[in-house]
Design a protein around this ligand. Structure first.
Ligand code: ATR
Length: 277
């Protein structure tokens, strides 16, 4: 029930119409009986959008593609970890007094989401991980792993990008040709390979999957990617892409409300939204 006291939250990006985040956050607000609502906003100009939210009294926002980097100059206080990752996916607005525009804090919860998803299956400290990809998602995932004391190696189709990211994060890089001789506790796919409508593809040959104990895919459409299906057949523990989405959202929820997020309800809402999607 929306009324005069409802606190608003948003996801800002372009496009956002297919986002699963409204289902997840609104389910959490309803579960805890909070008078809050979360809406999708298609943004065209990130500076004006942030100004609009701060003047309209929004409590916070998720930031998604293509604005995670572009939003940074328009935030007063950016968390140092988000500065290192070079991307902000969460805004928190502090309304100190009525009629005064809010101050804005920026965070990155993607790396926390990835770590929390992995912690369901394995202790990260001292583990080894191979991360496939070298884009924005790879950077957040690899940052989280390095931060937790995991020994990380990156592999990417375009090797130079893996080498550049590895030098930024002080980890190792290998070429795709070296994959057959590499093994690690954890394998994470951060590339788009296997995403619908190309769900018949996998980023790594099935015969290499016994080289890993835990396999996580950040692709969630389909929920069981070919990579995860083959990893399961090879005896690996698997973590699907909804878990990273869930746990980065759970961290956002805590930043906005100061309350622990109801993750079971949020996960169910994501699964339902994915079915309709
Ligand atoms: P994001 O910010 O979501 O990580 P991105 O920056 O576009 O997205 O990165 C996409 C990643 O998927 C890259 O690592 C890309 O590899 P390249 O750097 O070589 O382009 C990887 N990727 C996309 N399509 C691929 C394919 N068909 N085979 C292998 N890697 C692929």
């Amino acid at each position: 029930m929306i009324n005069g006291k409802t606190k608003l939250f948003a996801i800002i990006g372009n496009p956002v119409s297919h986002s699963l985040s409204p289902a997840m956050h609104n389910a959490a607000f309803a579960e805890l009986g909070m008078n809050c609502a979360y809406v999708p906003i298609t943004a065209t100009n990130i500076k004006e959008t942030v100004a609009g939210l701060r003047h309209l009294g929004f409590g916070g926002a998720s930031v998604t593609v293509p604005f995670k980097e572009e939003v940074i100059p328009w935030i007063e206080d950016v968390d140092p970890k988000a500065v290192t990752i070079g991307a902000v996916n969460t805004l928190v607005f502090d309304h100190e007094s009525q009629g005064v525009p809010a101050r804005c804090r920026g965070y990155n919860t993607d790396w926390i989401g990835s770590n929390r998803a992995l912690y369901q299956a394995i202790d990260l400290h001292g583990a080894t991980a191979l991360v496939l990809g070298a884009g924005g998602a790879a950077k957040a995932v690899a940052y989280g792993l390095v931060h937790s004391g995991t020994v990380v190696t990156l592999a990417n189709r375009t090797m130079e990008k893996a080498v550049t990211l590895a030098s930024e994060l002080q980890c190792a890089a290998i070429s795709f040709d070296q994959l057959p001789t590499h093994s690690a506790d954890i394998l994470i796919n951060t590339t788009t390979v296997g995403m619908s409508p190309h769900s018949d593809r996998s980023p790594i040959p099935a015969e290499l999957l016994p080289h890993f104990r835990v396999v996580m895919d950040i692709v969630y459409a389909p929920l069981e990617t070919r990579l995860l299906r083959e990893a399961k057949s090879s005896g690996c523990k698997v973590i699907d892409g909804l878990d990273m989405l869930l746990y980065q959202g759970a961290e956002q929820f805590s930043l906005w409300t100061g309350t622990e997020a109801p993750v079971t309800v949020m996960r169910k809402a994501l699964e339902r939204a994915l079915d309709i999607h």
